[in-house]
Ligand binder design. Sequence first.
Ligand code: MGD
Ligand code: MGD
Ligand code: MO
Length: 729
Amino acid sequence: MQKKGSGNLSRRKFINLGVQGYAGIQLTQALGTSLLASGCETATARTVAGACYHDCPDTCSWKITVSGEKVTRFEANKENLFTAGKLCDKMTAFPADVTYHPDRLLQPLKRTGKKGQGTFAPVSWEQAIGEVAGKLSAIVADKGREAVLPFVYAGTQGLIQGSSLSNRFFGHLGSSMLEGTICGAPAYAGVSATNGDALGVLPEDIVHSRYIVLWGVNTMKSNQHLWPFILHARQQGARIVVIDPMASATARQADWHVQPAPGTDTALALGLIHIILSEQLQDQDYIDRYTSGIEALGEHVAAYPLARVAEITGLEPAAITTLAREYAGSSPSLIRVLIGLEHHASGSDAFRAVAMLPALTGAWRHQGGGLMHFTFEAFGQALNWEALDFHKTLNQNKRRAINMVQLGRALNDTSLQPAIGALFVHNANPAATAPNQNLVLKGLEREDLFTVVLEHFMTDTARYADYVFPATSQLEHWDLMDSWGQTYLNLNEQAISPLGEAKSNNEFFRLLSAAMGYEAPYLFEDDLSIIKKTLDSSHPYLEGITFESLREQGWAKLKLPSPWLPHAEGNFVTPSGKCEFYSHALEANGEEPLPQFRPVQYSADSLKQYPLHLLTVKTSHNFLNTSHANVAHLLEKEGAARLDMHEADARERNISDGDIIRVFNERGEVLVRARISDRLLAGVVNMPQGYWSSLMEGGSSANALTQDLLTDRGRGAALQEARVQVARV
Ligand SMILES: Nc1nc2c(c(=O)[nH]1)N[C@H]1C(S)=C(S)[C@@H](COP(=O)(O)OP(=O)(O)OC[C@H]3O[C@@H](n4cnc5c(=O)[nH]c(N)nc54)[C@H](O)[C@@H]3O)O[C@H]1N2
Ligand SMILES: Nc1nc2c(c(=O)[nH]1)N[C@H]1C(S)=C(S)[C@@H](COP(=O)(O)OP(=O)(O)OC[C@H]3O[C@@H](n4cnc5c(=O)[nH]c(N)nc54)[C@H](O)[C@@H]3O)O[C@H]1N2
Ligand SMILES: [Mo]
């Protein structure tokens, strides 16, 4: 990936690279709120199809009934077999919780108080856009184009309102680029180093699996629509194993929960490979035909004997041996990964090592066997990507790249030339979701920083803006939705007119382009035209799928060959065409050709000062990252922010269940309630991410404790690599 020289490692970029050949669900859904009561469906009611915008692998299809201009019914699409008529609990009341929420921002706002205070006065669009364009032009003239930084993430995953026009706008302007690596980049870099891409077993095919390893995924929370397929496999006799340092909701439903120390999966995977090879449990024929580097791998894993791996991971030696034997001895065997393993110092190498296991055992030969990871590359191949984001036209490679994980550093870096003078945030809430929160806030407080935020709500980030613009919700704009967890393409039809003065992200950029005096036609393209051109592709996966057919049904499953057995006969898209145990490409790039377990080395002093390993896992049931964490009834269901800790750690500190505690380290301090729990091993604590700092008692949330350390590859975030101390207040 780094060979491409591009800083932009977003999913979109992955797809581009792919194109170039480089390596608690509820059954009935209805509004259930005053909305339904307020108007029964009339003869003029119409129903349109849409899909969920969240950064989630499921991308559910839905139907909306509208009477006049009011949404009267909102329900999951029953025909789409993946959504299967069920939305998650986060989304059941979406129109009331977001679109019609009384706190929704419906007018442009201009700051009147201090940054962070959240005091604003309404202004007209015309005035606000005019002033933003004026200020932006002045910053560009004074400090240079790269003094401007867009901060865009996946608040909406829609291909249109995501970053189609903002990419064009900032490309045209020549601003700095954002390395969008906080989620998925190390995982992708690891798996693709081994396999060339990440498109492995398709979700529905898990029903064929007979041994399912859910490795660092909390499927029941974060990928809920896969769970029924897993249960189906279990009914057919599959054994379900979860590997997770926390007894997550999913781990508690598993047949076997393997609970290693956090961040040790690279060692565990290499240890399993060692056992498989020394006990000759491998599929030698598959290895001979379709892989490269087995000798080097064999020598390498000699450094990971059972005793050492048991010591690193904290697992019983017998458990590790059993896992290796059961995995290699079952067929079809499947490993499911997503993101969970990546937020550690050697997170990318964990994925690289885990991805070797199915080739070693020949699991890829069978339907339901192999590795199940991301699906976005199928869309990357199918759709007309250049029509969407103009990545070839707007040469991205010459622009400076700023890593989103290190936003705090970048905003405070006085040696940066030019310093960041303007920050444009949309589809993201970095004041809460980026690590080293206090450093980010210090940067956002800078009087000489000009900040513009497009949002639905007055988030932790919006409070620091000079101007906040009201964005439309998924019901008020058109969009085209791909997915990173399944293979359905969705068209999201605009169901109602924008509420108040809300405008879509794209409309904001069209207006700003005009106010800047720009004339390039691609800056003004309308949303429907972008959608139609993006669908204009002769790729076989899109055969028979048109704008009209999508509008009719709402969704279509990509026409992938069936049965889908991507690596039954090799066909890896690595430089050698084989599954690469030993990577010459990485070696040529100055990286380790084989995966390594490299723990962060803490000094004895710092281990004494901050003895607990902090996880800030985000799989809350009622929030999606920080989205919805301001909605009263969802916040109430989720409960107060807490720290899960082992009884022994609590006893040592004289802490009882429910006590208000201080969780702190050199970066910050968070006030939460203690929850004494057997979910974690002694020495490891967990504070769920998602809560808004501005709604927390001490004004800080989980990311006040995390550090902005980058991962071993993919330039992602080692978010789960934090240490803290805890004390009663
Ligand atoms: N309800 C809900 N669903 C969501 C989200 C949400 O916030 N709420 N967020 C969405 C997003 S953005 C994403 S990226 C996906 C992520 O979905 P997942 O990939 O499932 O990622 P996480 O929930 O971060 O972590 C999954 C599990 O990995 C475990 N884990 C942490 N460190 C380690 C480790 O070192 N080794 C192992 N083996 N396991 C480890 C955690 O304890 C956790 O239970 O979920 C999406 N879905
Ligand atoms: N400590 C810790 N930190 C983490 C994680 C963790 O596990 N632990 N997980 C990381 C991961 S995997 C991810 S993906 C990131 C997510 O980080 P973010 O992308 O910042 O995710 P959200 O908090 O959901 O913020 C998305 C925002 O987009 C807004 N939005 C939604 N739709 C639209 C739209 O159409 N227009 C506009 N303008 N805005 C819209 C929502 O209102 C919301 O405020 O967080 C990361 N941070
Ligand atoms: Mo994510």
